[in-house]
Ligand binder design. Structure first.
Ligand code: HEC
Length: 73
């Protein structure tokens, strides 16, 4: 599964289920790769998100969307 399809799946799942109970539901699509609460998994290929500055993470997402940051498919 590529990152973009995971991201759009997360977005559309949230839209289908509105109103959602909050962030925990929205990030369910992210946990197989990034771990519970973004703490990472045993596979170091998937970056840990927990503890990184929100501004940094936000900019990575914008960069993925615009293509400034590339990822392996
Ligand atoms: C299919 C596995 C997978 C899923 C699902 C996934 N990601 Fe990722 N994510 C990755 C990989 C792999 C990278 C590293 C990409 C690279 O740099 O090549 C990454 C990178 C990131 C980064 C940048 C982290 C850093 O330290 O620079 C952010 C932020 C991120 N993902 C957020 C999310 C969010 C939010 C979701 C859920 C909506 C999500 N990801 C779902 C695999 C995934």
């Amino acid at each position: 599964m590529c990152l973009i399809s995971a991201l759009s799946r997360a977005t559309s799942a949230a839209a289908d289920d509105l109103p959602t109970s909050g962030m925990a539901e929205r990030v369910q699509a992210c946990t197989p790769c990034h771990g519970v609460e973004g703490r990472g998994t045993n596979d170091p290929y998937f970056p840990r998100l927990a503890g990184k500055p929100s501004g940094y993470l936000y900019n990575q997402l914008l960069a993925f969307r615009s293509g400034r940051r590339k990822y392996r498919r």
